[in-house]
Design a protein around this ligand. Sequence first.
Ligand code: F6P
Length: 360
Amino acid sequence: MKRIGILTCGGDCAGLNAAIRSVTQCAILKYGWEVYGIRNGTVGLLTDPPLVEKLDVNFKGFGHALLRMGGTILGSTSKGNPFSYKKEDGTMGDCSNQAIEVYHKLGLDALIAIGGDGGLKIMSQLAELGNINLVGIPKTIDNDVSHTEALGFSTAVEVATYALDGLQPTAASHDRVMVLEVMGRDAGHIALNAGLAGGADVILIPEIPFKMQHIIQKIQSVIQTGRNFALVVVAESARMAEKDPLMVRYEDGAERYGGVGDFISRQLSEAIHVETRTMVLGHIQRGGQPIAKDRIMAAAFGVKAVQLIAQEKYGRMVAWQHQEVVDIPLKDALGSYQTVDLNGSLITTARGLGISLGDE
Ligand code: F6P
C-alpha cells in the first residue's frame, strides 16, 4: 500500500487531465494505493494548510470527463519556484524546506510531477534536496524536453494546422497574405510541424534567424506563379538575423514573446504592397481538448509512472520514443534542450518543398 502525490506545474496543455486520470486509475484499481492531488503545482505545498485532495476514481465522470478535458483539474502555475518564492508578505525567498516538509508530513511515498523543462528541473532539485521519490511526466506544447515527445505538443500542432485550414480559404478569397503567429518559447517545433501540415509558404523558427529580403522574395515568387494568396507561419520567438526576438512586457513585470507576426505583416505590406493580416493563435494551442495521440500518450505515461513507483525506480522520467513508452533518468532529459534539428527530415522536407525558412 502506497500513498502517492501528483501535481501539474508550469503552463498547462492538452492531455494533463488524461494523465491525471491514468495515474489515478492505475494506482487505485491495479495497485490499491491512495492518490493525493496537490493543487496549483508547488504552490499547493507552499500554502498553509497545504492544498491537497484525495483523488477518487469513483467520483462521477472521473474517467470519462477527464480523458477529454483540456486544462488541469489540479491547477498549475509558472510562479511556484520554491527556491525563489513570493511569500505572503510580498518578499521573495527560498521556501524549499517548507515544500519538502509538507511532502513528508503528508506521508507520501512518491510524487509524480507533470511538467515541462523548467518545472521538472525545479522538482528534480527539490527531490534531491529533500529525499523526495520523484517521477516526472513530460508535458509542453513547445516539445522542448529532451529525449521524448511531450504531452500536449500534438494537440497544439493540430490546433495550429486547423487555423491554417481556416486561413487559407479566406486568404484566397481576398488576395491576402496571412501571417499566423504560433507559440514556441525558444523552439520552433509547432511552427515547423503545423507549417508543413497546413501548406505554409514561409516557416520561421527561432533556430533559423530570418532576413526579411528572403521572405519578401518568396512571397513575390508565389505571386509570380499566379497564386493570389500566401501563408506564413512564424514562431513567437523567431528573430531577425542579428536582432533580438520581439518581447512584450506584461503587468506582472515579466517579458514574454510577442509581436513578430505583426512585424512581418507590416514589413511585407510596406515592401511589396500586398494586403496582409495577422493572427496570433495564443493560448488556444494549450487549452483545447486533447487529440487521440495525446490521450494515448497520457494513458501510457500515467501507467508507466505508477509502475516505476511500484518498482521504486525514482529520479526517472517517462518518455515517448518510437511509438513506445520508456523511462530515462530525469537528469538526462533535463541536461539539454530539444530544439528543431536543423539536419532533421522535417527541415529537409520543408526545403525540398521550396518553403522559405527565412535564411535563403
Ligand atoms: O511554454 C509553453 C508556452 O505556452 C510557450 O509556448 C509560451 O511562450 C508561454 O508558455 C506562455 O506562457 P504564459 O502562460 O505565461 O502566457
